[in-house]
Design a protein around this ligand. Structure first.
Ligand code: FAD
Length: 328
């Protein structure tokens, strides 16, 4: 829709001009009429980058951590358990072979960029879950963990789990409607939030260009009648020479964009170099080109969860291939 996106380009400082702002970034200066501070857990930090800003806390960082274990139940239902402290814990089927156990809700101290599960969180999840299981899970069974930091609007409530999950949109008081802060929010409400932001901004800036009215689907969401089961069934028939697991994984990851990766391939080997567990060169190239993946971790941990299966030699092979692309 005409946006210019600068990736890997942190804003280092922001200076107020007579009309708008100048941002110093790692790749040079940019100017803008309006700054929208949509930096999630970094919202207070980005506010502090303004020249002459006074540090004020708007965001409460609350860490959520999860454990991944080999499947402890084989069906595809989710469990929600009531904990002794009034909170809930869940155990979800995760990919084909794992369960996801979590989550915690504790205040996160320090910078938000590298959250890591604490021993207390591991103990808490295993202990609370253990009350419901015939065979409690031991720490040795934990294959992987991951943590994230929720950027919650700090409404002064006491317990981390009671802090509002609603978002707050506010013009920065001293900015004459040239700086809009987004505090808090959820994935599930992002579209509403974005529309509201567009509304607020369009009262100040002229609309950039005519946007087609009506619903436009998300990338990969152009699935006939939005019927994923029939879509997947069709793919399995059209690509019957491919492992079912591979097609199922890719259909979930790419939806209607999958045809861009598979093209005219009639068998897996048509997709180039094989890296393992159904990951081929054509998918890696797509991820680099369309989803800005750069490292093996981007692909194995973030864009997919194939890292739960890959061993070191397989990961090294992928890293080497990505390095060869970067040299081109
Ligand atoms: C454990 C956990 C569970 C959750 N569960 C749910 C759930 O079940 N349902 C739900 O709806 N939501 C859930 N959420 C919340 C949801 O993930 C977040 O609300 C959402 O990701 C926030 O998106 P955002 O775009 O505001 O921030 P982010 O996705 O964090 O994006 C902020 C961006 O700003 C960039 N940035 C930071 N500083 C700078 C700078 N100086 N210059 C340039 N860029 C910068 C960052 O690189 C980042 O890309 C959960 C969160 C966690 C941690």
């Amino acid at each position: 829709m005409g946006a210019e996106i600068h990736r890997d380009c942190p804003v280092l400082s922001l200076e107020k001009l007579s009309a708008g702002w100048q941002a110093k970034t790692s790749k040079g200066a940019l100017s803008a009429r309006i700054v929208i501070n949509a930096s999630g857990p970094f919202a207070d930090h980005v506010l502090s980058l303004r020249t002459g800003s006074q540090l004020k806390k708007h965001i409460r960082l609350v860490r959520g951590s999860h454990l991944i274990v080999k499947r402890i139940f084989t069906h595809d239902k989710a469990y929600i358990f009531q904990n002794s402290d009034g909170r809930i814990l869940f155990a979800l089927p995760y990919l084909n072979d794992f369960n996801l156990l979590g989550t915690t809700d504790i205040d996160h101290q320090g910078a938000p960029d590298k959250p890591v599960i604490s021993q207390d969180e591991i103990d808490y999840i295993l202990k609370e879950l253990g009350q419901y299981l015939k065979n409690p899970i031991s720490e040795a069974q934990v294959l992987a963990t991951y943590s994230g930091v929720r950027p919650l609007f700090d409404d002064g409530k006491q317990a981390a789990q009671s802090v509002t999950r609603d978002y707050v949109l506010s013009w920065q008081a001293d900015s004459e409607k040239s700086w809009l802060n987004i505090f808090g929010g959820k994935l599930t409400t992002y579209r509403k939030l974005a529309l509201k932001v567009a509304d607020m901004v369009s009262q100040i800036l002229p609309a950039p260009k005519e946007i087609e009215p009506g619903f436009s689907c998300l990338p990969g969401g152009n699935i006939p009648d939005s019927d994923f089961d029939i879509f997947l069934q069709g793919l399995k028939e059209d690509f019957s020479a491919f492992p079912e697991l591979m097609i199922t994984r890719m259909a979930h990851a790419y939806g209607s964009n999958l045809s861009t990766i598979l093209g005219t391939a009639t068998q897996p080997n048509d997709l180039g170099i094989e890296f393992g567990y159904g990951l081929y060169q054509a998918e890696v190239d797509y991820l680099v080109r369309e989803e800005w993946a750069r490292t093996a971790e981007d692909i194995l941990s973030r864009r997919s969860k194939l890292g739960l299966y890959f061993d070191k030699p397989m990961t090294d092979k992928l890293s080497k291939y990505l390095a060869s692309l970067a040299m081109k």
